[in-house]
Write a protein that binds this ligand. Structure first.
Ligand code: GLC
Length: 503
């Protein structure tokens, strides 16, 4: 029973399965991915999927984990159940602390009165951060609905003193401020309405539960204007069930973008009929560029939901780096906030978002609407994105002797710091043997988080198919993909090594 999984990263964990089964499934999914099924669509070329256009352009959105669990802040009866390193995150409290549903509801629902909640404020923080869409947990695994629903009384209007439809307020505000709005919806795991394993029955039978999901979807797709994203999570293995839910979304809001977690990761990609984008495991930077539409979601500290004691904040640089590396690998970034029980964003969150927003205000062109790196590797100093005839070098680690890259054919016509309003040209040299381009730079990095250098070409960008390189930047599974690392000794690996055969 997947409902008792302690942790997961987007698909039910496989603890009860034999390892060879797990491997087999991973291999099958990888094979299917390699075939580039029509489901996980290509980022380039016209495949008649225009509802994806805004999403591909957006590149960067806000994820919000908020619900009854936020009141508890990762603690239950004096014990800390938060964190994510090896344990579950704060929104998993009900499951981690084995709290019976009645007790969870009776303890937390009457306390849910976040009078500090101001949708206009949240949305303007997202907007100023340069984010283009907002996705909030309308129902997480604990089963509690943050919206007005007739399908259950376990919702913000009937079960809490707050009695304000959070989804309505946020959706209206997003429409007003011009951001796309979508909902996270836990369709498979529901520890309140559906059984979560032996000793923990749900309030509903399985059939009744599926009806509840359908009613909820109908409400979410009818009452809140345009629903831009349906962010399903932790899908089960029942493809028929998932397909019915996906079909409902398509029918009611044909332009909604559907997350692949509608399906379990065990379902081969070519059978994920309604998945519009591939949701990577939580916080993961994929090992190489993704040629199918993909998104990574990332926390600002360990937890998704509000946790009272989690101080593992990522720095501004960490976030900017991750955003740049995601874009270079063709991946959208959905960056999470976990608002407080009072309904406010934490100062640590707003400060970071503000700083990233300032970076985006001058460097956004190197992220929005860009394409994954033209070359199938990155560089020890960073990585590149591409738009039309320009490549953007995201320099995460400075090299005063010059920023060099191989693999793009021809000398660029111009290079300049993207943040420089005068676009003062930087000297460029080009060596046709190995196609090595070097941009001369000043001694100190203009922006230590990520200095973007725009490199413009006179015609379409052509790459050398023989060009060699490595992926230097990665996140590790052992740290739940939470830290960005660089291959050891990457700096010493001089580029000439990669091009010596050509010379
Ligand atoms: C996982 C967790 C969940 C969190 C989500 C975010 O699937 O179950 O708590 O909401 O990841 O991606």
């Amino acid at each position: 029973m997947a409902g008792t999984d302690p942790v997961n990263d987007g698909g039910p964990t496989i603890t009860n399965q034999k390892t060879n089964m797990k491997m087999k499934n991973i291999l099958m999914s990888l094979a299917a991915l390699a075939l580039m099924s029509p489901v996980a669509r290509s980022q380039s070329g016209d495949t008649g999927d225009h509802h994806m256009d805004w999403w591909r352009e957006a590149r960067y959105g806000m994820f919000i984990h908020w619900g009854l669990y936020s009141i508890a802040g990762g603690e239950w009866k004096g014990k800390d159940y938060g964190k994510e390193q090896g344990g579950a995150s704060a929104e998993w409290l009900m499951n981690s602390a084995k709290i019976p549903k009645e007790e969870y509801r009776a303890t937390l629902a009457p306390k849910f009165n976040p009078t500090g909640f101001d949708a206009a404020k949240w949305v303007s923080v997202a907007k100023e951060a340069g984010m283009k869409y907002v996705v909030i947990t309308s129902k997480h695994h604990d089963g509690f609905c943050l919206f007005d629903t007739d399908a259950t009384d376990y919702n913000v209007m009937d079960a809490t003193p707050f009695k304000r439809d959070i989804i309505k307020e946020l959706s209206e505000e997003c429409a007003k401020q011009g951001l796309k709005f979508g909902v996270y919806y836990s369709q498979f795991k529901d520890w309140y309405h559906r059984s979560r394993g032996k000793g923990f029955p749900g309030t509903l039978s399985n059939e009744e539960y599926l009806e509840l999901v359908q009613k909820n979807l109908d409400e979410l797709l009818t009452n809140y204007g345009e629903m831009a994203v349906l962010w399903f999570d932790v899908g089960g293995n029942n493809v028929i069930e998932a397909d019915a839910q996906g079909a409902r979304v398509r029918e009611m809001q044909p332009n909604a973008v559907i997350c692949s977690r509608l399906y379990s990761r065990r379902v081969p990609v070519d059978q994920q009929k309604y998945a519009d984008f591939n949701s990577l495991p939580d916080r993961m930077l994929p090992a190489k560029r993704m040629t199918v539409d993909s998104e990574t979601c990332m926390t600002m500290r360990h937890n998704w939901g509000y946790d009272r004691t989690d101080d593992a904040w990522k720095s501004e640089k960490d976030i900017v780096e991750f955003l740049a590396l995601c874009a270079a690998r063709g991946v959208n970034l959905l960056l999470n906030v976990g608002p407080t029980p009072e309904g406010t964003l934490l100062p640590e969150e707003t400060e970071r978002l503000h700083a990233v927003g300032k970076w985006m205000a001058v460097n956004g062109e190197s992220i929005y609407g860009t394409h994954y790196s033209p070359v199938d590797y990155d560089f020890w100093w960073g990585a590149m994105t591409q738009k039309d005839q320009t490549v953007f070098l995201h320099v995460l680690e400075w090299k005063k002797d010059g920023i060099e890259f191989n693999g793009i054919v021809g000398k660029p016509v111009k290079a300049y710091f993207l943040a420089d309003p005068n676009k003062e040209p930087l000297p460029v040299s080009y060596d046709a043997a190995g196609h090595v381009t070097t941009v001369k730079v000043p001694e100190n990095a203009p922006d230590e988080r990520d200095t973007v250098i725009a490199v413009e070409y006179a015609g379409p960008i052509t790459t050398d198919p023989q060009a060699k390189g490595k992926y230097h930047w990665y996140t590790t599974r052992s740290k739940r993909h939470t830290e960005i690392r660089k291959r050891k000794g990457a700096g010493e690996q001089i580029l000439q090594e990669a091009v010596k055969e050509a010379r």
